[in-house]
Design a protein around this ligand. Structure first.
Ligand code: GLN
Length: 453
């Protein structure tokens, strides 16, 4: 197939099937066909980049020049970015084709894709259930075969949890591996972009293009990008996998637990050594995250003031009214909740009690992993506590929703890479197996995932 034919195939599928899922906010048909044509010309000249001509979708958190970038919010419903995010530019340089921009929780805050201004995304495995979030649009699009792969971002679990709930492979790289430039910031010290794909091999191919050194992101690390496909076929003999006992406690669905335990047995059969480990501060990860992430989001979202870009209220009486009403009318409930919590935690008199304390806890959580990785090569366990849940099931209770990320959040606090891969079904819904690696050890994680698949 030519890239134009392939692109047309996916565009047709999106138009025919996406009304069932709502996984796209914007379809970029003209851009896609022009890029596909250019890719076909490159292929005819012998371009060997494996992504040249391959159509993908971008989470609507990545700025795309000349194309609407909403971040799932009414605030940016009219925002057309004047530049491309580095991740988007990297794919363009590789010759990949952009099909469109995928739906997401507003400003990436959520675990179910129910907070998007553009409506909820449905899980292709069961349209009565959520696809997970915040990258639920990317997950549903790949799961429904509307795109072979998609970009996503993960601040506390937003790549891994929707990948788990939609039966996909999703990888959050080490903090600093992928440039955050042009990726709308939620919590800058936690945000990281990664691929959402069907297989580990596809994830490795996408990561090869996503990872780069970018001086425009001061937290991006100047380190050579390995070929992430190089170790995919290595044997697992001699590998030590740590299983944290804290990840198998109260709240874990018995079906999820059984599927994950069966996967661990399979790893043993493939030659890996299984070792029980402890990450003693695990129970503090969700509380620390829900101080640090809102604190950073309250600072990051202060730029949406109704003055420079984005939504502006009608007929403001004065400047204060302009700020208040623009933000009050355009931000949804969850975003406003986070801004209030974050501003409170950072205010004089509370900073030491909440923010500084949370940062100290973050250091302890990181140390747990440093200690664990002195004994094991990778850590494995469940990605999320249960399979996909029904719409509205956790909507009324923010804490129940926050616990969706109980196994993924510590990885972001420590800056470590983590991934999810499918490891079975419960009630016909996918279960995710999580693999956590040491810093910059993505190739080994992908090796372990590929051997399992
Ligand atoms: N569910 C978490 C939150 O709501 C994580 C979101 C994310 O990773 N972007 O903050």
């Amino acid at each position: 197939w030519s890239s134009v034919e392939l692109t047309q195939h996916f565009l047709d599928r999106i138009k025919r099937l996406d009304p069932n899922y709502n996984s796209f906010i914007t379809l970029t048909e003209d851009v896609a066909l022009a890029q596909a044509k250019a890719a076909d010309a490159r292929l005819a000249q012998g371009d060997t980049n494996p992504l040249c001509g391959v159509p993908i979708a971008h989470k609507d958190i990545f700025c795309t020049q000349g194309v609407k970038t909403t971040c799932g919010s009414k605030m940016l419903d009219n925002f057309i970015s004047p530049y491309d995010a580095t991740v988007v530019a990297n794919f363009q340089a590789a010759g990949a084709v952009m099909l469109g921009k995928t739906n997401m929780d507003e400003f990436a805050m959520g675990s179910s894709n129910e907070t998007s201004f553009y409506g909820p995304v449905k899980n292709p495995w069961d349209i009565g259930c959520v696809p997970g979030g915040s990258s639920g649009g990317s997950a549903a699009a790949v799961a429904a075969r509307l795109a072979p792969g998609a970009t996503a971002t993960d601040t506390g679990g937003s790549i891994r949890q929707p990948a788990a709930l939609c039966g996909l492979t999703g990888l959050k790289p080490t903090y600093g591996r992928v440039s955050r430039w042009g990726m709308i910031a939620f919590a800058s010290s936690l945000d990281q972009a990664g691929p959402m794909t069907r297989t580990a091999e596809d994830a490795a191919l996408m990561l090869n293009t996503m990872a780069s050194y970018d001086p425009k992101d001061s937290t991006n690390i100047d380190r050579a990008v390995p070929d992430y496909t190089a170790q995919l076929n290595d044997s697992l003999a001699g590998l030590t996998l740590g299983v944290p006992k804290e990840y198998f406690g109260e709240g874990l669905h018995p079906g999820t637990q059984a599927a994950v335990e069966a996967a661990i047995k399979q790893y043993e059969a493939m030659g890996a050594t299984i070792k029980s480990i402890s990450l003693p501060h695990s129970h503090l990860a969700v509380p620390a995250y829900y101080v640090i992430a809102p604190a950073e989001c309250s600072a990051n979202l202060s730029r949406f003031d109704g003055v420079r870009y984005g939504y502006r209220c009608e007929n403001p009486a004065d400047l204060a009214d302009l700020y208040k009403r623009s933000r009050g009318e355009a931000f949804g409930e969850e975003v406003q909740r986070r801004i209030l919590v974050g501003t409170y935690c950072l205010s004089a008199g509370y900073y030491d009690a909440y923010y500084r304390k949370a940062q100290k806890v973050r250091r302890l959580i990181k140390q747990d992993f440093v200690d664990a990785f002195s004994e094991v090569d990778l850590i494995i366990g469940p990605t999320s506590p249960s399979p996909a849940f029904a719409f509205g099931a956790k909507g009324a209770d923010p804490i129940a929703m926050y616990l969706e990320d109980i196994y993924t959040i510590a990885t972001n606090l420590a800056g470590l890479p983590g991934m999810s891969l499918p490891c079975g079904l419960v009630d016909n819904k996918p279960v995710g197996l999580q693999i956590i690696g040491n810093y910059f050890d993505e190739a080994r994680m992908l090796n372990a995932a590929h051997q399992f698949q």
